[in-house]
Structure formats: structure tokens, C-alpha cells
Design a protein around this ligand. Structure first.
Ligand code: FAD
Length: 371
């Protein structure tokens, strides 16, 4: 059985949902995602405020959803910590459980949702055929928003998927007493952890760890105890924090390799086009922004203002000019953070020249997105 849409979006995370909201105002849109809403997702849940005016234009009122306004940042390694600094733009502490669900509610007013995993996409005679379960759907254009890694990356033979990635991530909400206006970043051997509050007052601990460092310990509790707790601030955290869930969320094989925003005739949005290092706290904003950029170019194409090839070139060019330098700074910062001697040099430098930190943070973020 074949069903026809103007646009099919594979993946209903932040990027897929934002594109669905925008494109379904004019076109017939189908979103395919295997998960239910609401659901927890791997994320530090610090949302940069550069997306606030844009989200407002979509009908999301961040002020109503969360009173957690984060405008201070602190950093530590071992027993050292950099004094809290003011964040240039600031962010909201908001769970993906809430944010994705709010976007889903708006998207589902006009777009159709199908709960399944996309297993293949073929481009035949100027039409896309999308395979999900036993069903084949057809669309004039397909957007891939399947996140960091999916079965489609293998099908499309993308180069990043061929390389093993050493990164895994762990996330858990806790009851813990911490200032709601603060986001903390704590380095440990082979990784780093973020701590900040979300809308219900719980504190999100989300960390990225190198698999080589993790596998020596295997178990998350032992790893927390023997590696994370070498950092004094994290030791203090674990001494009093009470887990709010039965077990943490984990994902592995997180790749920070360079990706392309266009593959063949397919448009990639969100993490599918490129993942910035989590320490920058800009991945969600980039996912939202890339979906907005893609929606504008797809609209022009479907309204017959430009050809498909022109749309793909325009999207790719705009994606690169908007995000490439952020990704570069992110890679550079992560390299510093993970090497103890580099971090120590950076620490000494920032202690003497504290005004440098907001400047560096700014480099990994963008301007406010215009609705
Ligand atoms: C450890 C860590 C901490 C982070 N912390 C922050 C932070 O504090 N602030 C910030 O801004 N960013 C952070 N990020 C980045 C941020 O989480 C991502 O950039 C963001 O989630 C990207 O959204 P997305 O829509 O591209 O992907 P996702 O939100 O991952 O959505 C992808 C969707 O695709 C679906 N899917 C997968 N495969 C298929 C398939 N075959 N067919 C159909 N659907 C499929 C999935 O079910 C999922 O719903 C962090 C990332 C990590 C790894």
C-alpha cells in the first residue's frame, strides 16, 4: 500500500517536530518516529535563549513552561573550580520530556504522525519512497531528523557511521539542592558532566564519558564512585543527591565526526546534519534552527520558486555558513577540556583573564533566530 504526502519527516525529536510545525501550515506532512510522547531523551536540558523568539512564534511559551532561568556558569576539575561567570545570553532549564511534548502537541494539529521506524528511503522517478514497517509512503521531499545515529545512516552509507565512536552518555534526574540560575560543568578523567535544574525542580546530571575509561568499571554506580567522584564538586553532589528515576538513560556510539547537511537528494536536519559537543549547550538550538532553515528552502521548492537541486545547494550553503564555526569551536573546547594539562593551562589563564570565558562561550552560540 502506498500513501502520498508532500513531505515526510523521519524522526520526531526537536528538529523533526519544528519542521513539522512549520511545513504543515501549507503542506501535507507525515512524521514517522518509533517513540511515544512524552518521553525522556538524552540531553543536558540547557536550552540556549537564542531560540526563544522563534519558539514563541511557533506557540511555545518558554516562560510559562519553566521558571528555571540559567544565567550563571561554573566549571571544575579535581579540587579546582573556576569562579561562577555570567552567561552572555543565558538559557532555560527545561526537560525534553516537556519541550518535545509541547512541540508534538502543536505539530499534531496539522501534521500526521506514524509510530514506526523508517528503515529505508529510495528516490525513484523524482519521488521518494519511504519504508516504515510494512508500509511504503511516497513524498515529494524527505527530511531526515533521526538524530545522532540511526539505521538510515547505515543505509545511506554515511562516512561517519563507519568509524567507531568512543563516546557514551548517561543521564539521570535527582532531588538535589542547587541554584536554579546556575549550570555547572565538571570535568573528570575521560569525560565531563553537566548539572542544572529543569522545570519541576529536579536536577539533571548528564555526562559524556570515553568508553575506554568507562569499560574498566562497567557498572554506572562504580564508575560514578571511582571516576566522577574524583572531582570534589561531583563527590559532594553524589553525597546528597537522591535519584528521581529507577535507572539512568544511557546511549553509546555518539559520534562528533563531520557530517553533511545534504545526502543525495535528502535534507538532513538537527544532529543528523552535525552534532556540536554537548559542553557548548547549543545542540537543541542548532536542531531547532536547522529545521527552520530547511523549512524555508523546502517551502520555496514546493511552491515551485526554485528547483530541487537549487533547494539542496541553498540549504547546504546556509547550514554551513550558520553552524560550521560553532562546531569548530566546540571541537576545540572539548579537546582542551579532556586533556588534564590543557585544562590546567586554560584554568590558570581564565583565573587571570575571567572576561575571556563569556567571549569563548559566545563563539559556540548563535544570534537570536528570526521567526
Ligand atoms: C550527553 C549530551 C548532552 C547534551 N546536552 C545538551 C544541552 O544541555 N543543551 C543543548 O542544547 N543540547 C544538548 N545536547 C544536544 C541535543 O540533545 C541534541 O542536539 C538534540 O537532541 C538534537 O535534536 P534532534 O531532533 O536532531 O535529535 P533527537 O532529539 O535525538 O531526535 C531524533 C528522533 O529520531 C527518532 N529516530 C531515530 N531513528 C529513527 C528512524 N530510523 N526512523 C524514524 N525515527 C527515528 C528518534 O526516536 C528521535 O525521536 C546534548 C547531547 C548529548 C549527547
Amino acid at each position: 500500500m502506498e500513501k502520498n504526502y508532500d513531505i515526510i519527516i523521519a524522526g520526531g525529536g526537536l528538529a523533526g517536530l519544528v519542521a513539522a510545525i512549520q511545513l504543515s501550515q501549507t503542506f501535507q506532512v507525515l512524521v514517522i518516529d518509533p517513540d511515544d510522547y512524552p518521553r525522556h531523551k538524552m540531553c543536558g536540558e540547557y536550552l540556549s535563549l537564542e531560540v526563544n523568539p522563534f519558539l514563541t512564534s511557533l506557540g511555545i511559551n518558554l516562560e510559562e513552561l519553566s521558571q528555571v532561568n540559567i544565567n550563571r556558569f561554573s566549571f571544575s576539575r579535581g579540587s579546582k573550580s573556576i569562579e561562577t561567570t555570567q552567561l552572555p545570553l543565558g538559557g532555560k532549564g527545561i526537560s525534553r520530556h516537556l519541550l518535545d511534548y509541547e512541540l508534538f502537541k502543536i505539530a499534531s494539529l496539522k501534521a500526521t504522525f506514524f509510530k514506526e521506524r523508517v528503515s529505508d528511503v529510495n528516490y525513484i522517478n523524482d519521488i521518494f519512497q519511504v519504508v516504515a514497517g510494512d508500509t511504503v509512503y511516497q513524498a515529494k521531499q524527505v527530511l531526515i531528523a533521526t538524530g545522532k545515529r540511526s539505521i538510515l545512516d547505515k543505509k545511506l552509507d554515511r562516512s561517519f557511521i563507519k568509524k567507531k565512536s568512543p563516546w557514551l552518555a548517561v543521564k539521570m534526574h535527582y532531588d538535589y539542592d542547587m541554584s536554579s540560575d546556575l549550570v555547572e560543568l565538571h570535568a573528570f578523567n575521560g569525560g565531563y558532566a553537566g548539572l542544572s535544574q529543569v522545570e519541576n525542580g529536579k536536577v539533571n546530571l548528564c555526562y559524556l564519558a570515553n568508553y575506554d575509561s568507562f569499560k574498566k568499571h562497567k557498572d554506572i554506580d562504580v564508575f560514578n564512585d571511582e571516576v566522577l567522584c574524583k572531582n570534589d564538586a561531583l563527590k559532594q553532589f553524589f553525597a546528597t543527591a537522591i535519584p528521581a528515576w529507577e535507572k539512568p538513560i544511557t546511549i553509546s556510539q555518539i559520534s562528533f565526526e563531520q557530517k553533511e547537511p545534504v545526502e543525495g537528494k535528502l535534507i538532513m536536519i538537527g544532529d543528523t546534519a552535525g552534532l556540536i559537543h554537548p559542553l557548548c549547550g547549543n545542540g537543541m538550538a542548532m536542531a531547532i534552527h536547522s529545521a527552520h532553515i530547511a523549512s524555508q528552502h523546502v517551502t520555496q521548492y514546493l511552491n515551485k520558486k526554485i528547483t530541487r537541486d537549487q533547494m539542496l545547494i541553498n540549504y547546504s550553503t546556509e547550514w554551513k555558513s550558520t553552524f560550521k564555526s560553532r562546531l569548530r569551536y566546540g571541537r576545540w573546547l572539548q579537546r582542551i577540556l579532556l586533556k588534564e594539562n590543557y585544562t590546567n593551562i586554560a584554568y590558570t589563564l581564565l583565573e587571570r583573564l575571567p572576561y575571556l570565558l563569556p567571549i569563548i562561550i559566545k563563539k559556540t552560540h548563535g544570534q537570536s533566530i528570526k521567526p
